[in-house]
Structures are given as C-alpha cells and as structure tokens.
Design a protein around this ligand. Sequence first.
Ligand code: SAM
Length: 246
Amino acid sequence: MTTDYNAIAEQYKQCKEHPWRSRIETYSLLKRLGNLEGRKVLDVACGEGFYTRKIRQCGAGEVVGIDLSEAMIRLALDQESRHPLGITYRIEDARTEGARQEFDLAVSAWLLVYARNQTELSAMCHGLASRLKSGGRFVTFTGNPNLYAFPQADYRKYGFSITLTDRLREGAPIVWTVYLDDSSFEIENYHLPMKAYETAFLEAGFQDFTVHLPEVSPHPQGVDDATFWSDYLAHPPAVLIECVKK
Ligand SMILES: C[S@@+](CC[C@H](N)C(=O)[O-])C[C@H]1O[C@@H](n2cnc3c(N)ncnc32)[C@H](O)[C@@H]1O
C-alpha cells in the first residue's frame, strides 16, 4: 500500500481509463471548472498530467502542473515532449508557499486526501492561497469525508474497493484497492472531517466554501445505464469542493 506515486506511476496512469473516471470524475470536475478560455491555471498534484492536458485542451491560456512525485512528472513531461501543448510541469510540494499569487484558478484531483492531520491540511491550503490571485478559485475532486456513513458500499464493479482500516478518527487510513486487467494496487488516503477542510480553507484566506456531489455524464450512445451508476451516486466515494481566495 502506498502514498508514494513513484512506485505506482504507470499503474495509476492505467486506472484513469476506468469508465467512472471519464463518466463521473472528469465530467463533474470539468463541468465545475466552467469556461477556461484564457485563464492561467495551476493543476496541483497533477500526477502524469491527466487533467493538466484536459485543462489546456479546454482553452486555458497558460497551464502549470506541479506534483511531489518525480516519476509522475517524468510521465507528464514524456507526454508533453511527444504531444506538445505548451504546459509547464514542475516537481513541487503543494504544502510549500508559491513564489507569486499568479493563478486565476487552482485545480486538484486527489490532493487533500494526503493530508494526515490539520497541520498538513493547513499547509496545503496556505500553499494554494499563496499561488492564487485574489478572487481566484480553487476546485477539487477529492475523497468524500462522509465515507464512514456507508461502510458497506461495494464499488468493485467500478474497478475499485475501499477499506476503512480504522475507526473514524483524524488521519485514519483509507485504503483504495484499484483493479486493473491483470493486477491490482493499493493507495492509502487519510480521513479528515469536512469541518476540518472548511476551517483550514477559511483560515488560509478562502471564502465561499462549497461542497458538490459528483454527477454522471449522459451515455455517449444514449444508452440508459443509470442503474449501473446508482450505487456510486447513492454512496459517493468522492465529492467536489470549491472556494474562492479573498
Ligand atoms: C491520485 S494521484 C492524482 C493525480 C492527478 N491529479 C490525477 O487525477 O490523475 C495523487 C497525486 O498527488 C500527489 N501528491 C500527494 N501529495 C502531494 C503534495 N503535498 N504536493 C504535490 N503533490 C502531491 C502524488 O504524488 C500523486 O501524483
């Protein structure tokens, strides 16, 4: 089990091909980002650049991706050199202060789940605030802190399962097992209550903290597959959070 993406960079890239990633995660996140035309956007914990590329392809003017993992950034740079989109990638820890408050929008998919306690969460929120202009937005797709309300939920048909390995407490490990065609791998996330997220963002200088539930996109061929997605939507393992820097 890992939080070190250097070890699982290739496998993680493959798991972005699971249908829920496009039908729910990408659909919900891009819808929430809205019009990106000409925007200066930072993708925080960009991984191998899955969203960084999409954000640029959606018309963002300037896009920078940062991530802690050298292996993830190497995969992102590899894609950029094969299919240049003019994206800048850097190895950078979201918990550090940025050099300038220069971005209109900061996006992250799956960053906050790596904060094990309020101190780490606060560092992430201050790191985000230090990179955003006043009035800039932060939007994230992240683990649902209310996951403990539905411990029996079964997500295997979507390509993953979630194990709550400890009682509900700050920093309790949450293990995601991700199933690929011929292998599986585990990722460890950490529980913090929604109130901790809200408090950390407000203290770091954000306002308008809002939580949204994920949505599923219409089927591309018009097939009615609502029944397939109903378990995910009834017990959402992820939510979207957005807020605005004062
Ligand atoms: C689940 S992956 C998500 C990658 C990408 N956002 C996506 O959705 O494909 C989580 C990423 O967060 C990165 N990460 C974790 N803690 C971080 C931190 N403090 N600063 C920057 N990146 C971090 C990991 O290295 C990993 O690449």
